[in-house]
Structures are given as structure tokens and as C-alpha cells.
Design a protein around this ligand. Structure first.
Ligand SMILES: *[C@@H]1O[C@H](CO)[C@@H](O)[C@H](O)[C@H]1NC(C)=O
Ligand SMILES: *[C@@H]1O[C@H](CO)[C@@H](O)[C@H](O)[C@H]1NC(C)=O
Ligand SMILES: *[C@@H]1O[C@H](CO)[C@@H](O)[C@H](O)[C@H]1NC(C)=O
Length: 491
């Protein structure tokens, strides 16, 4: 099914007028041959399910039958009972994505009835019965393209065609002349009815998919502070063997005031998953995604925590410190304390060859709680670096922090000079027992990867390719979501 010249020209026009914006995406999604094949099979299954049990319009004709007379023949209840797809293919090229189904077969059933009147038999005779039709060679082809429309994807049907090349009819009952009439006068109409019905379903299916794409959210709320901007950037790039989609991918504040997008996409993406076992999709996240998250949470003041519980709760009472920090105990005997931890600049995040390096500056203010008053008595500055290992949890990219090293100094004190050893051991305890576990509980929730509902990441592999993190993965399909979307299941 070659796309008609007209549509080819049209799609060329689309391409040449496509603006290559200067915007860039920080999450890139590449769907490989293997992924397209997988998607194609799902689409064909869904399409077949929507066509099977379709009823075609009734066909009636009056034909002059030699030696019999004038016969009025009506075919009704023409139903497509089954479709078998033997071979199909999907190809991407500059003009679009072409899907071809060839050599499919279809089984139809129908009811027939006729009445004959002639001068020989004035009373008229009539009969009725059933027949089955086998479509032996059904060809279906369509070409679509994807365009970016204000941040969402629009699916455009450029061309589609359906052609029945061969069909055979089996009559249950009826006269020999009827069989001949069906073959000679009706086969063409049945073929076109099948072609029309399938073409109509394809159009409906494409509209449904288009609606589905357009209903994808442009931002995904993550929590009360941040959302992920998942707007598409630029038009999808179709190449010989893949489709590449770019997504903005940066964090934004929930009720913001745009976060300055000061990050530029540094180097071009060249990550590949290696050839050992090709995967369906490759999702790459630029380190700017993580940096933007760091900035959003920092700006929203959500990097401050009051710690009033420690595994060793005694540490949060001045009595515990009466020998080590006599001044503290003398000024505030037997008072409870808490720690006010406050990150002092947006954490620095860098993708390296083996992990994500995180550097955090934090001020730990020691507060004494006396008569309902919070009295800051000393402040320790901590500079710590951690290594974050990235992992897949569900459809999210999550992380796991491990403390690498830290350095600290006393910023100020109203309770005399504190011993370096003391500061270090307090800091170490707080980092290991409070801060890192807390951050890990947050990081475990992860960033949602751009995967359609109904699909799940399967057998993912993570590669560090600074400044990108690349997830190569297959996907599996649970189906439920799509079944609700398709017209066949709506009506
Ligand atoms: C299915 O396709 C294969 C080759 O693609 C062909 O050999 C076979 O005859 C086809 N079967 C039917 C039922 O058309
Ligand atoms: C989301 O990303 C799109 C595309 O880059 C951009 O035009 C839009 O301004 C961004 N929205 C926010 C809230 O940052
Ligand atoms: C915690 O400390 C920061 C400065 O380090 C300060 O701005 C903030 O008000 C303090 N929070 C509380 C609840 O004391």
C-alpha cells in the first residue's frame, strides 16, 4: 500500500515547515525498532478486537437471472467474526511511521433472502438462508506522523488504505443460480463493505490514540512542593530505526513563579545501550533534571528540618553534656534540646561514570528548649558529599544515598569552644541516623519515568554517561488502561 503521492507531498510540507526550536529537552525517550514492533502488535490486537463483531450495512440488489427471472436479493446481518493477522510490519522514515498488515484473513457470516417474480411464475418464489465469507487476502496500511502541539503530541493520520484482494463465499442452502449471483454481483460489494468498515475503525482508532496522547498531562505533581514538567519539546525525530522524543523534564515549583532554567544542555546525547541485547526504549535524564529538583526544593525552603528525636534520645538533653560542655549544662541545666538542620545552598548534583555525586552544605543549629522558648546556642557547618546509586522502583527512577565524607567547623557558639572531636561525632551521628535515612526515604519515591499508563518497565539497565543517566529497558503491557480507551469498549 504505497501512500498516495498527495499525502507524500503533504507530509514533506509538514516536515519542511517544522520549526527546530531552540528549546531543549532534558529527558529524552528513544523508542527502538523493537519497541515499535511491540507497540505495533498491541495496536493490531486492539484494532482487531475493535473490528471483530462489527456489523456491515445490509446490501440489496435486484438482478436479472437467466431462466429464473428478476430476483431481489438481500444480504443482512453481515458480521466480521474473526480476523487473523499473519504478517505485519512497522517502519519509520522521514515521512512518518508506516504500519502494514499483509495477507490477513477474515471470516464473515451473513443472512441472505431473495424473492423472484417472473411472467412464468406469477405467484413468486422466495427463500432464505445463511452463508459464510472468507476474506483470504486482506491488506491494510497506514502512515501516521507525530507533531508537537504546544507541548503535547498530536498524532496525524497521513494516509490509510484497506484492500480485499480475494474472497470466497460458501452458501448454506439456496439454489445454484444464487451462488453465481452472489459471486458475480455481490462479492465486490462485500469486499468494499469490509474495506470501508476497517478504514472507519482505523480512523476512529487513530482519533482515540490522538486523544489519549493529547490528554497526557504536561506536568506531573510529585508532592506539595514540586512538579515535573513533562511537556514535549520540539517535534519527535523519526529516523530509520527509531523515534526520539524530547521532554522538558525539569522540576518546577507547584505554585510557581517559573524556576529560572539556567541550565543548558551541555553535550549531545550519545548514550546507547550497547548491542548485546537491544531494548525497547531508552530514557535518558540529563543531570540538569536533578539540579532543577535540588533548586526547587531549596527555594521552597523545604530543606529544613527540626530534629527532636534521636536513636539515643539522651543526647537531646543538656544533662547528657554536663561533662563535655560544662557551660551548656551550667546555663541550661536539664533542658531538652533540638537540632535545626538547614541546607544553606542548593545541593550540587553531578552525574559521574559510576554514580550521582551529591554535595550538600548544611547548618546544624543546636537549640535549647527552655520554658517554651527556643534558644539557639551553637551552630555547626557541615559540608558533606554522598554517592547516590540510581535504581528503578516501579516506573520511577529512585536513588540511594551513601555518605562518602564530610567536613565540619563550628560556625558560632554561645557555650564556649567545642572540641573538634565532639563536633565530628555529633555530626556523624546526625548524618547517619537522621539525615541520610530521611533523604533516602524521600529519594526512594523517585522521579516518574515518562511511561504511558498501562505499561511497566521491565529488565531495565542503568548506564551512567555523564552528564546523562540512561535507562535502557523493555516494557510490558497490562492492557487494562487501553481497553477502556478504545471505542469498541466504550460503546
Ligand atoms: C503467512 O505468511 C507466511 C510467510 O510470511 C506464508 O508462508 C504463509 O502461507 C502465510 N499463511 C497464511 C495463512 O496466509
Ligand atoms: C514546561 O516545559 C515547556 C517546554 O520546554 C515550557 O515551554 C514551559 O514553559 C515549561 N513550564 C513550566 C511551568 O516551567
Ligand atoms: C532554623 O535555622 C535557620 C537558619 O539556620 C533559620 O532561618 C530558621 O528560622 C530556623 N528554624 C527554626 C524553626 O528555628
Amino acid at each position: 500500500m504505497a501512500p498516495s503521492i498527495c499525502f507524500l507531498l503533504l507530509s514533506l510540507l509538514f516536515l519542511s515547515s517544522s520549526t527546530s526550536g531552540d528549546e531543549e529537552g532534558f529527558i529524552s525517550v528513544v523508542i527502538s525498532d523493537k519497541g515499535l514492533d511491540f507497540a505495533k502488535d498491541i495496536l493490531i490486537d486492539q484494532a482487531v478486537a475493535s473490528i471483530v463483531q462489527s456489523q456491515l450495512p445490509q446490501i440489496e440488489k435486484t438482478v436479472q437471472v437467466p431462466l429464473v427471472g428478476k430476483a431481489k436479493v438481500v444480504l443482512s446481518d453481515i458480521t466480521i467474526n474473526d480476523i487473523q493477522v499473519n504478517s505485519s510490519s512497522v517502519n519509520t522514515g522521514e515521512t512518518g511511521i508506516a504500519l502494514v498488515v499483509s495477507g490477513a484473513t477474515a471470516d464473515l457470516s451473513l443472512k441472505w433472502r431473495y424473492s423472484v417474480s417472473s411472467w412464468l411464475v406469477p405467484i413468486g418464489i422466495s427463500d432464505s438462508g445463511t452463508a459464510t465469507v472468507k476474506v483470504n487476502d486482506l491488506q491494510v496500511g497506514l502512515t501516521v506522523n507525530l507533531r508537537n502541539q504546544e507541548g503535547t503530541l498530536k498524532l496525524i493520520l497521513l494516509d490509510s488504505g484497506c484492500h480485499v484482494r480475494d474472497l470466497s463465499i460458501k452458501l448454506h442452502g439456496g439454489a445454484a443460480w444464487l451462488y453465481q449471483v452472489l459471486v458475480d454481483a455481490f462479492a465486490g460489494n462485500i469486499a468494499s463493505a469490509v474495506e470501508e468498515a476497517i478504514s472507519k475503525k482505523i480512523n476512529e482508532g487513530i482519533s482515540t490514540l490522538d486523544l489519549l496522547l493529547q490528554s497526557l498531562p504536561k506536568t506531573i505533581p510529585l508532592d506539595e512542593t514540586a512538579a515535573l514538567n513533562v511537556s514535549f519539546v520540539d517535534n519527535p525525530v523519526l529516523s530509520d530505526s527509531a523515534i526520539e522524543l524530547e521532554i522538558n523534564g525539569l522540576f518546577t515549583g507547584r505554585n510557581e513563579v517559573l524556576v529560572p532554567q539556567a541550565y543548558r544542555r551541555g553535550s549531545d546525547l550519545s548514550a546507547s545501550c550497547g548491542d548485546s541485547s537491544p531494548k525497547m526504549i531508552t530514557i535518558s535524564l540529563h543531570e540538569s533534571v536533578f539540579k532543577s529538583g535540588s533548586l526547587v526544593y531549596f527555594t521552597a525552603d523545604s530543606m529544613q528540618w527540626i530534629v527532636d528525636e534521636l536513636p539515643d534520645q539522651a543526647l537531646l538533653n543538656t544533662a547528657e553534656w554536663r561533662f563535655l560542655i560544662p557551660q551548656l549544662y551550667k546555663k541550661y541545666p536539664n533542658d531538652d534540646m533540638n537540632l535545626n538542620m538547614s541546607v544553606s545552598s542548593p545541593p550540587d548534583i553531578q552525574v559521574t561514570n559510576k554514580d550521582v555525586g551529591v554535595n550538600i552544605f548544611i547548618d546544624i543549629t543546636i537549640d535549647v528548649l527552655e520554658d517554651g522558648e527556643v534558644i539557639p546556642v551553637a551552630c555547626i557547618s557541615v559540608d558533606f558529599s554522598a554517592s547516590c546509586a540510581v535504581e528503578i522502583v516501579g516506573n520511577n527512577l529512585a536513588g540511594w544515598l551513601k555518605l562518602r565524607k564530610f567536613s565540619t567547623y563550628l560556625k558560632w557558639s554561645k557555650i564556649g569552644k567545642l572540641h573538634m572531636n565532639l563536633i565530628q561525632s555529633v555530626t556523624s551521628t546526625v548524618l547517619k541516623t537522621v539525615l541520610i535515612p530521611y533523604l533516602n526515604s524521600q529519594l526512594l519515591r523517585g522521579i516518574p519515568l515518562p511511561i504511558l499508563n498501562g505499561f511497566s518497565i521491565k529488565n531495565a539497565r542503568i548506564l551512567y554517561a555523564p552528564p546523562w543517566i540512561t535507562v535502557c529497558s523493555d516494557v510490558s503491557f497490562s492492557g487494562d488502561y487501553y481497553l477502556q480507551q478504545l471505542p469498541a469498549y466504550v460503546s
